[in-house]
Design a protein around this ligand. Structure first.
Ligand SMILES: Cc1cc2nc3c(=O)[nH]c(=O)nc-3n(C[C@H](O)[C@H](O)[C@H](O)COP(=O)(O)OP(=O)(O)OC[C@H]3O[C@@H](n4cnc5c(N)ncnc54)[C@H](O)[C@@H]3O)c2cc1C
Length: 271
């Protein structure tokens, strides 16, 4: 059973910030699909939950000037179904549709996923590969500065992620090997091409969370083909090991996903 807490449902960003500051030990709650299980297991005991679900500033999906911007409170299901997303970055819509099960997709949000930075989460790979800008209640943070290790981001206490602005690539692909129970990534690769420049981000595989695979980027920037990656491997020692997969298997899967993501641009591949 959870510890007792007070619940607040502000309707503006400023009210949410105020509630947070005035509370003894508050936490924001978006879809609750990470926070609530943690509270049920008594691993977190916030004095106050400040809901982000009623705040208009955190909603909406828009396209402008080469950028696809998604409000932090948009659910995985709404991103997967959005015409703007499927039309501009179909691999991103596919990624959102690959998350968890139907309940998770209808409650969980992009903001919650990115702010939480689970090492096996899907969205962080798209944020890095699509060179996104993270808009918050206080500032704008570049993707390269945002993820700071497992479950750690550049967000300060009380700072709210408001929207994620993804650069629209010429083409992009996402390939993921799923844990068959949770659907979290055992390893996954997001590959995005912007002219002659290619960005590759790997999630699920490393102990340190999401990372850019720069050697793969260099090769793909010269020759955008799965063949260009022949013989290229990740260092097993840098990979994560748990009951689901060994370091060696994760290194293999991450490289395989990268090749698949190149082959199937514009689409999602589930291995
Ligand atoms: C059974 C199951 C399967 C899942 N499978 C997958 C999967 O395959 N792939 C995957 O990527 N994820 C998966 N998830 C996680 C899911 O995507 C969650 O929805 C997500 O991690 C958190 O989003 P949320 O909106 O539920 O956040 P919450 O649980 O509400 O919040 C998570 C954390 O982020 C903070 N937070 C939330 N929103 C903001 C914000 N806007 N600004 C600042 N801080 C914020 C909260 O304070 C909290 O610390 C799964 C979850 C479950 C329960």
């Amino acid at each position: 059973m959870m510890y007792a807490f007070s619940y607040h449902a502000p309707i503006s960003l400023s009210e949410a910030r105020k509630r947070f500051e005035e509370s003894e030990d508050a936490a924001y709650i978006s879809g609750g699909h990470t926070l609530l299980p943690t509270m049920k297991n008594r691993l977190a005991a916030p004095s106050d939950l400040v809901s982000l679900g009623q705040i208009e500033e955190l909603q909406g999906i828009a396209v402008a000037e080469g950028c696809l911007t998604i409000g932090a409170a948009e659910t995985h299901a709404s991103v997967a179904a959005s015409d703007a997303v499927t039309g501009r970055i179909p691999a991103l819509a596919g990624l959102a549709g690959s998350i968890g099960d139907v309940q998770v997709r209808h409650r969980g949000t992009i903001g919650g996923s990115v702010a939480n930075n689970d090492p096996a989460a899907d969205y962080p790979s798209a944020v890095l590969a699509l060179d996104a800008r993270l808009h918050t209640s206080e500032r704008v943070i570049e993707a390269s500065d945002f993820f700071q290790g497992v479950y750690t981001t550049a967000l300060e206490p009380g700072e709210i992620l408001t929207k994620v602005g993804f650069r629209i690539p010429d083409t992009a692909g996402y390939a993921k090997m799923r844990n068959p129970a949770s659907r979290y990534a055992l390893a996954a690769a997001f590959v995005a091409r912007f002219g002659d420049s290619v960005r590759v981000a790997i999630t699920g595989a490393s102990e340190d969370g999401v990372f850019r695979w720069t050697e793969a980027e260099e090769r793909l920037s010269k020759d955008f083909s799965a063949g260009a990656l022949a013989g290229l491997t990740l260092n097993e020692a840098d990979m994560n090991e748990d009951i689901h997969a060994s370091r060696g298997y994760r290194a293999h899967l991450a490289a395989l996903c990268t090749r698949k993501a190149v082959e199937l641009q514009g689409r999602l591949t589930l291995l």
